[in-house]
Design a protein around this ligand. Sequence first.
Ligand code: 16G
Length: 241
Amino acid sequence: EAIGPLDAQRPAPLYQQLQQAVRHAIERRALKPDDALPPERDLAADLSVSRITIRKAFDGLVAEGLLTRRQGAGTFVAARVEKSFSKLTSFTEDMAARGRKATSSWLSRAEGTVTPEESLTLGLSPGAPVYRFHRIRYADGAPMALEYSTIPASCLSSLEAVTTSLYQALAVSGHRPNRALQRLRAVLFNDEQAALLGIAPGAPGLLIERRAFHHGEPVEVTQSYYRGDAYDFVAELNDGP
Ligand code: 16G
């Protein structure tokens, strides 16, 4: 069975235990993209918990983008990457959470200086040293996104500090961001971008620009171009001001 028993004696609420069990099953690929979860009623009986617990656990996982509901058909492991728009995670972490391996190839990796435009977005003085990382990002070898990152040189020990994960390199140097602003925009991939991603020229994409900070200090401006056919962005909204 992909989802193990829950333990009412443990301090974590049952719905959270169930969420952990489902996350682990997805990470170790006991549950794969598009797999159906058991009907809520059956799972509630199997695990000896209420349907409300199952519903609450699934609601959270749907909001996280790991599961998706299809009208009249049930609950499935999300096949397109459903990425939370409001979590400050990295590509490597997003893929690992789905049991997929993130890799990158370099388009370029270079030292430079802050442009006037970047000086506004990054809040650095013009001419300050930066590193620029241009990458193709892959999930299990399939191209998913193009990413263009500009990082103040003071945030990393060297240009070579970034091997696969930028956020891991930033964490090592004590600059992993803890706050970010994002803007999402629809784009059409030009010929060059489409060729890099192995898709048709003119195919739709999603551009997310992230400006990230570590306790107020700017650490990143990244433009991520995600394949429109592979990504959904999801967010949980609450009422009130
Ligand atoms: C994500 C971030 C991007 C960040 C990258 C680091 C979004 C929209 N963008 O793609 O800003 O630079 O992760 O990933 O989520 P890495 O640590 O795997 O290199």
